[in-house]
Design a protein around this ligand. Structure first.
Ligand code: NAD
Length: 254
């Protein structure tokens, strides 16, 4: 078991990559705290983990809201005494070239994707600092490094998450806390299905176009990202600090 007894908080783990990661982590012995805004999705992940014999609880919190996040962290510390790994996974999309998106969309995407990394980290870090141990995984994206059409605000937020990761690593290395980032390419999740549905008339053609963006010729699957997250969460990656980890089928360098 690669994560035996590790206490791991995964934000936005009711769906997609977060859910897949929660299932994998639990199968590797972790005690998983499933966080999501959606109670139904979060409890769905927990039910799936328990059905497979794993350990998990669901806690509702909005990752942008200090009140609900600090209450969630207090609750975890009360129940488990520590948090070994924080996976800042929750995020939302925002489609459009810069002049096409409304200020409300800009604020919403910036809020969830950047503040949603800051707030959980702010309340988990003091506990990691106290124990001088921890691993934080931040969800960036390959759009932090490559230009993609109509992804302006989303790309800006994922670039910010990558910069934040490096800065956090410098500040927390003295406390034996590692902070790394995941940079997935296009992964087939409800997030991408929704993007196809709302952005294109011919979804099949758009899907074929998305596949061609990867050297692999296909989209990734949530499990592909979950396996990379497992490596960053485990002690096997102990020499990785402040690193971007690409899981993109060659989209970034192709
Ligand atoms: P998803 O939509 O399937 O899952 C995201 C989950 O986050 C949802 O369950 C949602 O309810 C939750 N969430 C949203 N806002 C929240 C909030 N304020 N507080 C708590 N939970 C909240 O998406 P996904 O594709 O699994 O994406 C997960 C992460 O991976 C996101 O950060 C996304 O930007 C990133 N990512 C996705 C892809 C992709 O192609 N799918 C590629 C690169 C990066």
């Amino acid at each position: 078991m690669r994560l035996q007894d590790k206490v791991i908080l995964i934000t936005g783990s009711g769906s997609g990559i977060g859910r897949s990661t929660a299932l994998l982590f639990a199968s590797e012995g972790a005690k998983v705290i499933v966080n999501d805004l959606s109670v139904e999705s979060g409890e769905g992940t927990v039910a799936e983990i328990r059905a497979a014999g794993g350990e998990a609880i669901y806690i509702k919190a909005d990752v942008t809201d200090p009140v609900s996040v600090s209450a969630m962290v207090d609750d975890i510390i009360k129940q488990y005494g520590r948090i070994d790994v924080l996976f800042n996974n929750a995020g939302i999309s925002g489609v459009g070239a810069l002049h096409e998106i409304e200020p409300e969309m800009w604020d919403r995407v910036v809020n969830v994707n950047i503040r949603g990394v800051y707030v959980p980290s702010k309340y988990v870090l003091p506990h990691m600092i106290e124990r001088k141990a921890g691993s934080i995984i931040n969800m960036s994206s390959c759009v932090a490094e490559i230009g993609l059409a109509k992804r302006a605000v989303y790309a800006a937020t994922k670039g910010a998450v990558l910069s934040l990761t490096k800065s956090m690593q410098v500040d927390y290395a003295p406390y034996n806390i590692r902070v790394n980032a995941l940079l997935p390419g296009t992964i087939l999740t409800p997030f991408v299905e929704n993007y196809l549905r709302t952005s294109y008339d011919n979804q099949e053609e758009a899907y074929e176009g998305l596949k061609k963006r990867q050297l692999s010729g296909d989209l990734g699957r949530p499990e592909d990202v979950a396996k990379a997250a497992l490596f960053l969460a485990s002690d096997e990656s102990k020499f990785m600090m402040g690193s971007p980890l690409y899981i993109d089928g060659g989209a970034t360098f192709g």
